[in-house]
Ligand binder design. Structure first.
Ligand code: NAP
Ligand code: ZN
Ligand code: ZN
Length: 347
């Protein structure tokens, strides 16, 4: 076994703290890479706090993982020592079901393996994430990264990036569409960048008036403070799509009133509390509420290549791993500009 070190939560009520653990030896199809940076996703906090379901502890969070390959198995074709490499939210899937065959491994019908807070396909070995120094992943679940982009700012593409890129692609959001991005955090700021790159008119719907300037810098065409009824009135019945990245309980019918006829409210945020949607919010204007989960491996590589071509990365604050709880506190308050990334050299 390979000795690894990282930061783990021992239970949902304890803080993250240094922890040593083991990773499997590098198998014939495995890639081992040194983790240089790991993004902090709101899902990390949901999971260490058992917001969604009882987690597997000790838990090493982190699924926006980038680094440099240190070892490859005998049959590995895609990577060699020294290459840049990244891993997102998935480390395995069945590869046989219809979804896997279509490159939708995130919807594997036999259950994909999450990068942390999951179990390997043997049904028993827990997975540990990227708040650590090294990781071993099957080459099919390792992504190529461009050396033209800042590596730390590339990390959030592995979750925040693909989670917003995938639904915009699926619903073919682009020229002629009015897109609202609800919530300007980690996912939201990537959604703005992609929406703009795809040619949509992008409006940020935010509870934080102080983010207006940033939204403009990110490329948004409009900024609406959702707690100001005057501003909200101007966009009632206005949007073709709302991409909802909100992490906490919120009033879906209120936001759906901003959709035009046939509009689609796409949920990517994952609050722990169920949404309440009255029938009349849907049938008045033939509206839809939809959802989207991360993205499959081929689409994640496509997104990374698109970002390399267009010079798109995340706007980040690089942090020392010791300060991860302060980062969580700021994230909960909506004070994230716009993704915290852990410098793993501080481990
Ligand atoms: P984040 O950085 O904390 O951003 C969330 C933003 O939502 C906040 O910055 C805030 O923006 C807004 N917000 C927070 N509470 C709100 C409330 N009560 N009402 C309205 N707006 C509120 O979080 P993130 O990392 O982007 O993740 C967002 C959510 O997506 C999380 O629930 C996460 O678990 C989920 N997620 C889902 C997937 C998927 O596959 N679907 C993947 C990754 C993450 P303003 O200040 O602009 O209002
Ligand atoms: Zn995430
Ligand atoms: Zn499958």
């Amino acid at each position: 076994m390979i000795q690894a070190k990282g930061y783990a939560a021992q239970s949902p009520t304890t803080d993250l703290a240094p922890w040593s653990f083991e990773r499997r030896e590098v198998g014939p199809h495995d890639v081992q890479f040194e983790i240089l940076f790991c993004g902090v996703c709101h899902s990390d906090l949901h999971q260490i706090k058992n917001d969604w379901f009882p987690g597997i502890f000790p838990m090493v969070p982190g699924h926006e993982i980038v680094g440099k390959v240190t070892k490859v198995g005998a049959h590995v074709k895609k990577f060699k020592e020294g290459d840049l490499a990244g891993t997102g939210c998935l480390v395995d899937s069945c590869r046989e079901c219809e979804n896997c065959k279509e490159g939708l491994e995130q919807y594997c019908l036999n259950g994909s393996v999450q990068t942390y807070n999951g179990v390997e396909r043997d049904g028993k070995t827990p997975t540990y994430g990227g708040y650590s120094n090294t990781i071993v992943v099957h080459e099919d679940f390792v992504l190529h990264l461009s050396d033209k982009l800042d590596l730390a700012a590339t990390a959030p593409l592995l979750c925040a990036g693909i989670t917003t890129y995938s639904p915009l692609k699926h619903w073919k959001v682009g020229k002629g569409h009015k897109l609202a991005v609800l919530g300007l955090g980690g996912l939201g700021h990537m959604a703005v960048k992609f929406g703009v790159a795809f040619g949509a008119e992008v409006t940020v719907l935010s509870t934080s008036p102080k983010k207006a300037e940033d939204a403009k810098k990110l490329g948004a065409h409009k900024f609406v403070v959702t707690t100001d009824p005057g501003q909200v009135k101007g966009v009632t019945g206005y949007f073709d799509f709302i991409l909802d990245t909100v992490s906490a309980e919120h009033d879906l019918p209120f936001y759906m009133s901003l959709l035009r006829t046939n509009g689609v409210h796409i949920c990517v945020g994952a609050p722990s509390v169920p949404y309440q949607v009255p029938a009349f919010s849907l049938l008045g204007g033939r509206k839809s509420v939809a959802g989207s989960g991360i993205g499959g491996l081929p689409e994640t590589q496509e997104m990374l290549d698109f970002c390399a071509e267009r010079n798109i990365v995340s706007d980040i604050e690089l942090i020392d791993i010791k300060n991860v709880h302060a980062a969580y506190d700021r994230m909960v308050k909506g004070d994230v500009r716009y993704r915290f990334v852990i410098d793993m050299a501080t481990l």
